[in-house]
Design a protein around this ligand. Structure first.
Ligand SMILES: *Cc1c(COP(=O)(O)O)cnc(C)c1O
Length: 381
């Protein structure tokens, strides 16, 4: 099955009792047992629920993995993945990381005895120098948020395998339409399904996908033991959203390219960060590991004044000022005061998140409307 067919069919069959084409919302907590232990594979909905199972199998198929697990949010997926570790263990992570992931690493898990090293992952030697006998995991996000750096997943996988480390890739920004990290040697793919996968800004959910049976068993144990599972209604919504993932992503990429090029030509715009540009620092890696370049773009304003960024983000009409990304509608954000406010100023500026940086999640509206919307807002600076 090819990708666009998988989005619609993988993991799902017509309901055996009624023939319903869409997987029903199995709004039930428990399941009948004829004799103790004699059931149809479902005992209790924290452990498993048929609507969730369909989504989990669909996700596994899209990521070319064997096992898919859903969680109540992207951060609940992060939580369970880090719980594979024990106190004293160390993790090497991307430095320009999603703010919430940075927060759970440093404010929750550091307190429980896990140590995190944050580094730019463009230089593999830097990663090697951080590995010691306690290192157990490498955590990467690519493209990174909000700087749109691209990390070489294959190179990370090589160094992870050499040192027996679990490589986790947060694939939220790319989605399996653009890249499949398991094929490049990652051990676990993590998602915030809240973003492109759900795609309609109407649900919060997360996932982990892997190929290794032992790793999957541990994750299932954590999913069931910690209990941060999504309900059947939300699972249905994400399943439905994924049916158009390939069509939406194609348009996100087309619109993204046009807007990135418009920004690059605008005299009030300083840097434009979009991996599709040939002069983007990591364009070669993007070209090698991604099918296209996506609809996430960041840029800063000439003069780097915070108030200029505020002027732009407060004056767009189709780009809505809001947290989050990946929905059908275009969003605009100011990382320094919104998504990345939890990261100390020196640390955020070191990674490029300057005061005037603006992040766009380009939606799938008519691109002419989006371009003129941005133009009139930037003209106000
Ligand atoms: C949103 C996001 C998360 C967290 O997911 P939630 O569903 O909001 O809990 C993690 N990583 C990335 C890259 C994200 O964009």
């Amino acid at each position: 099955m090819k990708f666009g067919t998988k989005t619609i069919h993988a993991g799902q069959k017509a309901d055996p009792t009624t023939g319903a084409i869409m997987t029903p919302i199995y709004q039930t907590s428990t399941y009948i047992q004829n004799k103790p232990g004699d059931h149809k594979g479902y005992e209790y909905s924290r452990t498993a629920n048929p609507t969730r199972t369909a989504l989990e199998n669909n996700l596994a198929a899209l990521e070319n993995g064997k096992f898919g697990l859903c969680f109540g949010s992207g951060l609940a997926a992060v939580d369970s993945i880090i719980k594979l570790l024990s106190p004293g263990d160390e993790v090497i992570s991307t430095n320009d990381l999603y703010g919430g992931t940075y927060r759970i690493f440093t404010k929750v898990f550091e307190g429980l005895g896990i140590k995190f090293h944050f580094t730019g992952m463009d230089n593999i030697d830097k990663i090697s120098s951080l590995v010691n006998e306690n290192t157990k995991m490498v955590w990467a996000e690519t493209p990174t948020n909000p700087m749109l750096n691209i990390i070489d997943i294959q190179a990370l996988s090589n160094i992870s395998k050499e040192n027996n480390l679990i490589l986790v890739v947060d694939n939220t920004f790319a989605t399996p339409y653009l890249q499949t990290p398991l094929d490049l040697g990652a051990d676990i793919v993590m998602h915030s399904l809240t973003k492109y996968m759900g795609g309609h800004s109407d649900v919060v959910m997360g996932a982990a996908i892997c190929n290794d049976e032992k790793l999957a068993e541990k994750l299932y144990f954590l999913q069931n033991s910690c209990g941060a599972v999504p309900g059947p209604q939300d699972s249905f919504l994400v399943l439905r959203g994924i049916k158009t993932l390939h069509v939406r992503m194609q348009r996100h990429c087309e619109n993204g390219k046009i807007i990135a090029e418009f920004l690059q030509k605008n005299p009030k715009v300083n840097n434009v960060y979009w991996p599709g540009f040939e002069n983007h620092t990591n364009h070669d890696i993007a070209k090698k590991q991604m099918n296209d370049y996506g609809g996430m773009i960041s840029f800063d304003i000439v003069g780097n004044k915070l108030e200029d960024a505020v002027t732009v983000v407060s004056n767009t009409h189709f780009f809505t000022l809001a947290e989050s990304l990946g929905g059908v509608e275009s969003l605009i954000g100011h990382p320094a005061s919104m998504t990345h406010a939890a990261i100390p100023k020196e640390e955020r500026e070191r990674t490029g998140v300057v005061d005037s940086l603006i992040r766009l999640s380009v939606g799938i509206e008519d691109v002419d409307d989006l371009v003129s919307d941005l133009k009139q807002a930037i003209d106000k600076v």
